[in-house]
Design a binder for this molecule. Structure first.
Ligand code: PEP
Ligand code: MN
Length: 266
């Protein structure tokens, strides 16, 4: 059902008035994790001031180590929702188990399925039966075919509002945290009718690569870019190395807008 052969036209998903997949790149910014009301409110204000319509932030964090910050859970979602509402933003946040889904839906507008859960089939079925958009990330070691099949689980259960997100894959290369598979973007656009995002933060793990990779994503036809922004990345409880602070975010966004104008991306 996600195949282009089944449906030739692009799927366009409207989130908080913004059309995802209509040919104009969209942006999802926000901290890696929700840490406090103040932290998310500061970031939400910066995002809202740019006229953007979405904020991200994890409340259930799938951390590699059990001793690392695990997220604030439902309390974190409430903080993020409050900050979002005050700045006219939709909330994008990861849910890691079907058990959390129902309670979370009061606060989450776009449900993120993280890379580590791309083949959590019960979660895929659960988000397949809600009527909110799902941002599905590619698994760390998933082939494009496995990625497409994960999306198929969601649509097969009735939800066609799916955004695919390339976030880098595991290779032998150590210069970046993961290897951004930029060619996945046009392949996914050809093979499916779904919008495709690129997460430049988790793919590169390097702040100095956030801009060139976002430009590459837009140039190759991505429908949007995700990147992390934190008021003080040095003290962030997760992903401290690659989040942008607010002045960096301003500079980054200006540079992207300039790039889009220069090359006439709408
Ligand atoms: C995230 O976006 O917060 C995240 C954990 O990313 P990924 O699932 O791609 O690692
Ligand atoms: Mn992160």
């Amino acid at each position: 059902l996600v195949s282009r052969k089944k449906k030739a036209e692009d799927t366009i998903i409207t989130i908080n008035g913004e059309k995802i997949g209509d040919g104009t790149p969209s942006f999802i910014f926000g901290p890696c994790a929700v840490e406090s009301q103040e932290q998310v409110s500061i970031v939400a204000e910066a995002i809202g001031a740019k006229g953007l319509r979405m904020i991200r932030g994890g409340a259930y964090k799938p951390r590699t180590s059990p001793y690392d910050f695990q997220g604030l859970g439902l309390e974190g979602l409430k903080m993020l929702k409050k900050a979002a509402v005050e700045n006219n933003l939709a909330v994008v946040s990861e849910i890691v188990t079907p058990h959390h889904l129902e309670a979370a839906l009061d606060y989450v507008d776009v449900v993120q399925v993280g890379a580590r859960n791309m083949q959590n089939f019960e979660l895929l079925k659960a988000v397949g039966s809600i009527n909110k958009p799902v941002l599905l990330k590619r698994g760390l070691s998933a082939t494009i075919d496995e990625f497409i099949n994960a999306a198929e689980y969601i649509i097969a259960n009735g939800n066609s509002q799916i955004i695919l997100c390339e976030r880098g894959i595991r290779t032998y290369e150590k210069a970046t945290r993961n290897t951004l598979d930029i060619s996945a973007v046009p392949i996914l656009k050809q093979e499916t009718h779904l919008p495709v995002f690129v997460d430049v933060t988790h793919s590169t793990g390097r702040r100095d690569l956030l801009l060139p990779t976002a430009k590459a994503a837009i140039a190759i036809g991505a429908d949007g870019v995700m990147a992390e922004v934190h008021p003080d990345p040095a003290v962030a409880l997760s992903d401290a190395q690659q989040q942008m602070n607010l002045p960096q975010f301003d500079e980054y966004y200006d540079a992207l807008m300039k790039f889009m104008k220069q090359y006439e991306f709408k």
